[in-house]
Design a protein around this ligand. Sequence first.
Ligand code: GUN
Length: 290
Amino acid sequence: MQLIDGLKVAKEIKSQISREVNDIVISGGKRPHLAAILVGHDGASETYVANKVKACEECGFESTLIRYEENVSQEELLEKIQELNNNCDIDGFIVQLPLPSHITERIVIEAINPNKDVDGFHPVNVGKMALGLPCLISATPNGIVTLLKYYGISTKGKKCVILGRSNIVGKPMALLMLQKSMGDATVTICHSHTSNLKEECRQADIIVSAIGQPHFVTADMVKEDAVVIDVGFTRIPDSTKKCGYHLCGDVDFDNVAPLCSFITPVPGGVGPMTICSLMQNTLQASKINH
Ligand code: GUN
């Protein structure tokens, strides 16, 4: 069994980006600039955004954090998005999700200029990705494909089972694994109403789990030498930890890992790669927009 070290791969890619940014700036080009909108004070969102700002520093990007209280109106948020769309200094921006329930995520995402949509959530980017056209690709699925390539894991013609059908991970992951130039795999998506989910998993060469249920993937669901990618990131209250919680993936790691050829840990697997892909998208957006 080999552990997939997302932290190590992300670090290497961020230092490559940093070198490229250095070269761009030295030759008179513009330093990439990412903005992030954070609404409210959700603990997980605060951590994600802080990590994104830190990654910008590591890559030599400028970053701007725009904060709103929980009760911000949708109108005010949409006005800020228009301002960022029109601001030539901002190459890309994200609106951290989830948003409070009085705001419609779909309307917010559709307001973002697709060329600045470094999360790859806008329907134009999702549609282009589905067609295999150049676009800004959703960060988590892109990070997972990067990890598989880095470790030389062959996906062509393999049976890949995706657990979860979210717009952020499950659906785009399935599209990327299906794409001839990316995964080139045979893809099955399982969800809460899949009747034979365990059996589907048992046949999989590659399992990508993105359902957010700790220890959902158990050893009896994984075949010998499978590749298991864990996107789960649930916070479990834990008074022995300084931060008051520990992170738990979707996979029963201790029992599943011995069966696998490759497996991602939580934390230190997919999480750092999501942020790394966001940095790659920001650099790409900066090239598109200038
Ligand atoms: N919330 C959880 N993951 C993400 C992400 O990748 N981007 C944004 N904007 N919000 C998220």
